[in-house]
Design a protein around this ligand. Structure first.
Ligand SMILES: [Zn+2]
Length: 56
């Protein structure tokens, strides 16, 4: 019983840590001004520069 709760909590913590430590998966950095944009953005919301399709 408690082991299941522990597993769920640990999985949640790992998920949160992953989300926080890998921002490049969720934000696209502008090559022009460095502003972070949504990962699905095509153009920088700050300077309007075209964002590269792949940030890796
Ligand atoms: Zn920009």
């Amino acid at each position: 019983m408690h082991y299941t709760v522990y597993l769920v909590v640990m999985t949640g913590i790992i998920a949160v840590v992953t989300l926080v430590s890998v921002p490049s998966l969720f934000a696209r950095k502008c090559p022009g001004c460095g502003k972070r944009n949504r990962v699905d953005a095509r153009r920088c919301r700050a300077c309007g520069a075209e964002l590269p399709p792949d940030d890796l």
